[in-house]
Ligand binder design. Sequence first.
Ligand SMILES: CC(C)(COP(=O)(O)OP(=O)(O)OC[C@H]1O[C@@H](n2cnc3c(N)ncnc32)[C@H](O)[C@@H]1OP(=O)(O)O)[C@@H](O)C(=O)NCCC(=O)NCCS
Length: 371
Amino acid sequence: MEPEMRFEQADGPRSRQCQQCKLSLDVAGETVGRAEVNDLTMRLAGAWVRMGGIANVVVQSQHRGKGYASRLMREAVSYMEREGYAVSILFGIPDFYHLFDYVPVMPEYNVSVNVRDTEQLAVTTTVREARQEDHAGLLDLYTRVNASRSGAVRRTRVFYEALADEVWWGHPTRILVTGEAGHPTGYMLLEGDPATLSVMDVIVPAEHVATAGASLIAWLGREALLRRWERVRLPMPPDEPLVGLLRRIGCKVETTHPANYGGMGRIVDLAVLATAIEPAIAGRIRALPVEARPGRVEFDCTDAGQAGLELGAGPALRIRLPQQQLLQLLMGYRGVEELWREHGGDDAGDLAAIRALFPAGYPHMWELDHF
Ligand SMILES: CC(C)(COP(=O)(O)OP(=O)(O)OC[C@H]1O[C@@H](n2cnc3c(N)ncnc32)[C@H](O)[C@@H]1OP(=O)(O)O)[C@@H](O)C(=O)NCCC(=O)NCCS
């Protein structure tokens, strides 16, 4: 019997404030496999782009090895193409999603500090539990701090409201803030389980690192000391201003680049992506010296077509890379020189101009936004 694909629209989790498309594959009236596309908005190259977050890909164990997951993934990609998505992201098992043209685009970060070393930090502002009136301020902090972070998902105030209602075996998620009521200057979000002190979000703008940042880390250190822990861990990209403070007191910064699993992505529609990032790239071009400004940026994907950004007068800048490597470049996951050595061929192009527009960085999606 021919497998039948069903598409069903549903509301995503409350905190995510998004629609979901649930794909089900039925054989003889029985659902043998499922997958989900979450309709999300993500930061990429300084712009907001529509991103399809693939989640819950599963095939019943007795039906594995029959190509059903491949069918679900191919249908999910076609669905995203029809619906006008720019890119897709997933958090994948090893050696599977490359079959559907996904490639690693976000490393894993772990910053850890010896609990003893946190005693060097002074608590200069009170650390308290967030209240309802703080939620708009928490959203503002998150959005500002992540404005140029590729991979960061757009949140709404409901995200914080929903978290405040969330419990883990009777323990509510904790949002610890510093600053006046309604005007938080930094916050740290901890998973419900008090035994783990597991930090999910730590958001402190540069101007509040010395005060809010130091106080939050000192608070975490004290809590860890009560639990007789040696180190505290923070899942933060190494270029967060707070890491500068931690370097001063001593810390360990780890970045893991999985070869073929973890935070992976693919371009869904290059033209849609180019249109979405055009205003942000125009802004980056204005920051260049006049003589270095390209008038047009041409993406020439060997396997996903072509698209151009019209940016004014000046010569064309051509970027010729396969789809996967182009996304790695745009996300800031890999630098242009490294990509060129592998994929650029003889035509080196203007690498300095490409680097100025698409610098390497630390793409990151905060753990609570994973799907
Ligand atoms: C992973 C899973 C969805 C694969 O489903 P499936 O229907 O058996 O996959 P397919 O038959 O379509 O396999 C397609 C290809 O992937 C390979 N593959 C299958 N399962 C794999 C796995 N777990 N890891 C790596 N490769 C796998 C197959 O060998 C096949 O390769 P081929 O085309 O070269 O022959 C299924 O094993 C599953 O439900 N696992 C548990 C849930 C899970 O881990 N989901 C993924 C979450 S990110």
